[in-house]
Design a binder for this molecule. Sequence first.
Ligand SMILES: Cc1cc2nc3c(=O)[nH]c(=O)nc-3n(C[C@H](O)[C@H](O)[C@H](O)COP(=O)(O)OP(=O)(O)OC[C@H]3O[C@@H](n4cnc5c(N)ncnc54)[C@H](O)[C@@H]3O)c2cc1C
Length: 271
Amino acid sequence: MRIVVAVKYVPDIHADRAFEDGRVVRRSDEGTLNELDENALEAALRVVEGLPEDERATSEVVVVTVAGPDADAAVKKAFQLGVDRGVRVSDDAIAGSDYFGTARVLAAAVRRLSAESPVDLVVTGMAALDGLGSVVPALLAAELDLPQLTLAGTLELDGEAGARTARVTRELDGVDEVLEAPLPAVVSVTDHANDPRFPNFKLIMAARTKQVEAWSLADLEVDPAEVGDAGARTRVLAASPRPPRPEVEIVVDKGEGGRALAEYLIRNELV
Ligand SMILES: Cc1cc2nc3c(=O)[nH]c(=O)nc-3n(C[C@H](O)[C@H](O)[C@H](O)COP(=O)(O)OP(=O)(O)OC[C@H]3O[C@@H](n4cnc5c(N)ncnc54)[C@H](O)[C@@H]3O)c2cc1C
């Protein structure tokens, strides 16, 4: 079983964000593995752990990220969680890629990995916490012409080796929907799918010997004109930080709380 997990290196959402020319300014010391991609990693690792012993021994979980060299930090974190192999796709021509460009590069990386040995499953997070597009998984499935199971709250495999299906549960409004698709497939998992593990000492030590592989567009035979600024189908017209929220006034109830609240509402013309 070979599983590819797409992970994004994102600016720390708790840090102040800056924009330049409509883009998020990415500072090398402030990035982190997208938190929601930890659920994708966990889901992939659990799939492998659930396989029969002989299959588990030959299984591989590979992470792929499309980003600059700083993103090695995210791949290394994935190593510490037990991932076998990590690839970072970087190229000057990727700068300015929109969702389509990002999905195209990711798809090319999955195709290259499949050419080495078939990939059975591609797992992604439900969203990147900086872009919040939630569209890359669907675009990736379309690029690869694979079935997509999005926003999975659970992920299990059914059937025997060579004829497996992925089965997921999707939590809709008041309904749990169960969906199945033959492998290979693309699955995006939600933050309800699992509780991501923490690195342990053994895995941290093992991760130190693993190298992040750097691939370029040429390695993937992707035409630079189809990605980056050149290939972007959308344009960011403006991006600016929202004004800070107004100060919060806490009304402490010492017997006069109701009156104080009413006065607050009247003063702020909320009634
Ligand atoms: C016109 C335009 C120009 C842009 N220019 C830039 C730019 O110059 N630099 C820049 O960094 N961003 C740029 N962006 C943003 C960039 O396109 C998106 O961040 C990217 O396409 C992913 O979208 P998202 O963050 O909404 O991911 P989502 O769709 O929310 O991500 C869902 C999942 O897909 C996977 N995934 C998403 N992105 C990646 C990735 N890069 N590598 C691996 N897995 C991934 C993860 O598993 C993630 O959980 C630009 C966007 C637009 C519209």
